[in-house]
Design a protein around this ligand. Structure first.
Ligand SMILES: Nc1ncnc2c1ncn2[C@@H]1O[C@H](COP(=O)(O)OP(=O)(O)OP(=O)(O)O)[C@@H](O)[C@H]1O
Ligand SMILES: [Mg+2]
Length: 135
């Protein structure tokens, strides 16, 4: 799909509205392709109260949608997959949370199994992004 920013947001809101915990969603794609935009939209659809801003200092941000814990994990800054060992994925899984992971491939085998995996890339049109779902 080739989506404008508002279309990508609407898509994410629909994903979030239909999501039932526990769920693990991966978001991959080059810098600036819209991973955080999609995370924020999914959180809105979930009804999570806080905005999921792009983590600058912390790799893990914790939100809540009613009784459901929601985690936004950005693995971009991991220098090696082993550093993901301390991110707390086991606890998040135990909490039956919704886990949204940017750059899951950087966590290697430390990343939990993904229920869905979205790939974003640039389009020739600078206002659009290509969204694909990995099988
Ligand atoms: N169709 C589109 N979908 C999403 N974002 C778009 C689109 N067109 C333009 N943009 C712009 O691209 C940027 C996407 O930024 P965003 O932080 O969501 O990307 P990101 O993949 O999380 O980047 P990073 O890897 O740096 O964390 C925003 O500035 C947004 O306004
Ligand atoms: Mg981001």
């Amino acid at each position: 799909m080739r989506l404008s920013a508002s279309e990508l947001s609407r898509f994410g809101e629909e994903i979030g509205a239909r999501l039932t915990a526990p769920a693990v969603i991966g978001l991959s794609g080059e810098l600036g392709t819209g991973k955080t935009t999609l995370v924020q939209a999914i959180c809105r659809g979930l009804g999570a109260r806080s905005r999921a801003t792009s983590p600058t200092y912390a790799l893990v941000h914790h939100y809540a949608a009613g009784a459901t814990p929601v985690y936004h994990v950005d693995c971009y800054r991991l220098r090696q997959p082993d550093e993901a060992r301390d991110l707390g994925f086991d606890d998040m899984i135990r909490d039956r949370a919704v886990i949204l992971i940017e750059w899951p491939e950087r966590a290697g085998s430390w990343a939990p199994a993904l229920d869905r995996h979205f790939q974003l890339s640039y389009d020739a049109d600078p206002a659009r992004r290509v969204l694909e779902e990995a099988a």
